[in-house]
Design a protein around this ligand. Sequence first.
Ligand code: NCD
Length: 296
Amino acid sequence: MKSFTGVRGMGRGEIERLVTEACEYRDALDSGDLIDRSLEGRCVANLFFEPSTRTRLSFDLATQRLGGHVLTFFPETSSSLKGESLHDTVLTVAAIGADVLVVRHKEEGVPEKVGEWTGLPVINAGDGTNEHPTQALLDLVTLKRRFGSLPGLRVGIVGDIAHSRVAGSLIHAMGPLGIELVLVGPGEWLPSETSVALSHDLDATIPHLDVVYLLRVQTERGGVIDDDYVARFRMDAKRASELSEDSVIMHPGPINRGVELTDEVADSPRSLITEQVRNGVPTRMAVLRRLAADRR
Ligand code: NCD
């Protein structure tokens, strides 16, 4: 694997291998006996041109857990403000000594461009509405750890599908793994051309789901929150009571309490939201190790 810019086009075997390796890292982190210096002497640069908490911090820690160095670039205090172009910025970071670039940007396709410009391996940490592949992987890790096996699981992704790069990656990851997927949301936020099942009716869908995966309304990409949306798609205690006993709630974060879900649901034992965050570090370790191994 040279770069990791998307799940689209990845084979089932490759996805499963990364999920397995991430689960192994998670076990090693939990038991405290991780000895892996795969990134010794290597430098991973985080280039986040959009806000991030979980993704950036977990790439930081994943790199450090593997013995690597972290370079963090903050656009709001960088020479971007003096007019330096994206192209010149990334070449600068490469010249300073980065070996791997982790890129988040509001425009689709920027991670690939950065890879072409620098010749370095690039990990896509979210490009516009396109993909967020490490998020999809960590979600699969979370499901695998909870349910043991992925094929046949019934997942409903709920909300602002149109603007969500998380949905973009999950759709491509879940199909090859035999997960049954339904996209649930208002008509204008559902894709018009897709082979995936669609629904406008969350209440009718809920009893058939093992996983309700809620998405944040992407107001920065044109999504609008109104009362109708909240009434139809917010996961509250009443809706949660219609789920089967083992069903779970997921959300990539950041959550907007009261919009996608209520406090009761966010903080209930069904909620895997904190587990998703925890699995971010081992998942990013698995991806980083793969890139480092393939560069030797
Ligand atoms: C997501 C993102 O930035 O795409 N967050 C994340 O990385 N966990 C989802 C979002 O912002 O809604």
